[in-house]
Design a protein. Structure first.
Length: 527
């Protein structure tokens, strides 16, 4: 069997002593695709790390604008390869060509690359800080080592290990990236790697600025994230895999930034249902089933009062879930994992209202599923009832009264997002004020009166949150320049002669536009 090559030090090469192979699957047909990819041995990791360290040594001699030029050229190459990328990703994931891949996710991917390029040129991301009295100056700078990026299966473009948000942030911060492709879309990732390779050649970056490995055995993945030559890791995936990588990396003192899933609780207060019941039901159903529910910001937990309107909400939502079309899941594990999650919830008191099982179809499919549970049962079994179901599944928790609803919010684990729907004229404000401080501490992004599925690529966005949604509550995976700080080191200069300082810390503002903190005042001026 001929195996697809990996990208090492600017060239497509055969894997060194591969320990296996795999093929991706078309989930719409449950059929293996013809290309075979290597499961790399640790030898490939060592080759990639060695080449990346050569790149690290070469980068300081290059103008910082070279990285920005690369990011812009890479975005242009992606747009030029749009047709092939969309078709390959559609085949590997069954995600719709339009509008999802071609008109939503691909433009988002190129936009965040261009935002990263602008941040590189502007330099404000460095957070240059100068204290003229003590002559101490500091700024954020590259790690001085490569970054490993492990991408998820549900966003083959925007979170791709070789083109997505973690990739853009790591490169913009000045670090080479070693991408570990998601095995659900290796062909898509290879197209991105080739587009990046061409952009590297055109911009003059070191050859090993971007490298690609498709798959590793779990033990070799743990060795990779703990390797002495690695600077940091960005990971998006399951909690089980993320925690194992975290343990391996942190045992070696290596930072690892994890996004591991989220239920994204939505608290619906009585006034919202009194005012706009049908609108809330419609927004909930559409948000829960967008992307077949395979989004990290899907509303997987609804909390409301067990009163007449709360029961009416459940009845109307059930009809939406029952009548709505079921889409194709990303892979063969999807139906099994959903069935297991529902089994966990039902064995701890949840009751299916609609769906609850897979069904015979050409592709990997699962019924749109809505469950309910009493507030008392949730309080008694809050751990298992917060099992993530990665698909078109949500659990409604029905609180006996306001006091019980507050206690339920206190039991909610860390999440990426949390939302409160309330009456637009303020009827729920007193109740909201009891809930908001509790929910605020449990989520990275707090929303009012909108479902959480949209994640704007904005400098103000936080796509992060408390554990177990992520491994660290202080960082975001979306939002440039903030996301870049995960892959940066704080460099301090104490009484260093002015001509020896990095340009960002010299008396003259190097761009004229860069924001710097000089004697505790943010300014674009010179010293």
């Amino acid at each position: 069997m001929i195996l697809e090559p990996i990208l090492i030090d600017g060239g497509w090469e055969s894997a060194d002593s591969p320990v296996g192979s795999f093929q991706s699957v078309n989930p719409a047909l449950k059929a293996s695709l013809p290309e075979a990819y290597p499961v790399s041995s640790l030898k490939d990791v060592e080759r990639a790390l060695a080449a990346a360290h050569q790149a690290v040594e070469q980068l300081p001699a290059l103008p910082v604008g070279v990285i920005a030029d690369f990011l812009d050229r890479f975005a242009e190459n992606i747009e030029a390869d749009k047709a092939a990328l969309v078709e390959t990703a559609h085949t590997e994931t069954a995600l719709p060509r339009e509008p999802r891949l071609a008109s939503v996710e691909l433009p988002r991917t190129t936009d965040q690359l261009r935002q990263a390029a602008r941040a590189v040129r502007d330099r404000s991301w460095c957070m240059a800080t100068i204290d003229t009295r003590t002559n101490i100056r500091s700024k954020y700078a590259p790690l001085g080592a490569p970054v490993a990026v492990f991408g998820p299966n549900n966003f083959p473009f925007a979170f791709n290990s070789c083109a997505g948000g973690d990739f853009a942030a790591a490169v913009a911060a000045g670090n080479p990236v070693i991408a570990k492709a998601n095995t659900g879309h290796p062909g898509t990732t290879r197209l991105f790697a080739e587009a990046a390779r061409k952009a590297i050649q055109a911009s003059g970056l070191p050859r090993a600025m971007v490298q690609l490995i498709y798959r590793l055995r779990p033990d070799d993945g743990f060795r990779f994230v703990a390797h002495p030559l690695l600077g940091a890791t960005g990971f998006t995936g399951s909690r089980a895999a993320g925690l194992k990588l975290k343990a391996a990396a942190e045992s070696a003192g290596k930072p690892v930034y994890l996004e591991m899933g989220s239920l994204n609780p939505v608290i619906i207060l009585p006034g919202a249902l009194e005012e706009r019941m049908d609108q809330v039901v419609d927004e909930f159903f559409n948000s829960c089933t967008t992307g077949v529910g395979q989004l990290c910001t899907k509303p997987g937990l609804i909390v409301l009062l067990d009163d007449a309107r709360g029961r009416e909400f459940c009845g109307k939502a059930s009809r939406f879930f029952e009548e709505g079309a079921s889409g194709v899941l990303l892979g063969e594990d999807g139906p099994q994992n959903l069935a297991a999650a529902i089994e966990t919830m039902t064995s701890h008191g949840a009751e299916p209202l609609v769906g609850g099982s897979s069904f015979d179809a050409p592709g990997y499919s699962f019924q749109n599923s809505l469950l309910q549970v009493s507030g008392g049962s949730f309080l008694a079994n809050s751990g298992p009832l917060q099992t993530e179901a990665f698909g078109p599944v949500s659990l409604v928790v029905k609180a006996r009264d306001e006091d019980e609803l507050v206690k339920i919010v206190e039991k909610i684990e860390g999440n990426l997002t949390g939302c409160v729907y309330s009456h637009s004229a303020g009827k729920d404000d007193e109740f909201y004020n009891r809930i908001e401080p509790l929910l605020r501490r449990r989520v990275g992004r707090l929303l009012n009166d909108k479902m959480p599925t949209g994640v704007a690529v904005s400098p103000a966005m936080n796509h992060g949150g408390p554990y177990p949604a992520t491994g660290h509550p202080g960082f975001t995976a979306v939002g440039i320049p903030a996301s870049m700080l995960r892959f940066a080191a704080l460099h301090c200069y104490d009484n260093v002669r002015k001509h020896r300082l990095p340009m960002e810390l010299q008396d003259k503002n190097p761009t004229g536009q860069m924001w710097r903190s000089i004697d505790r005042e943010w300014t674009q001026g010179d010293i």
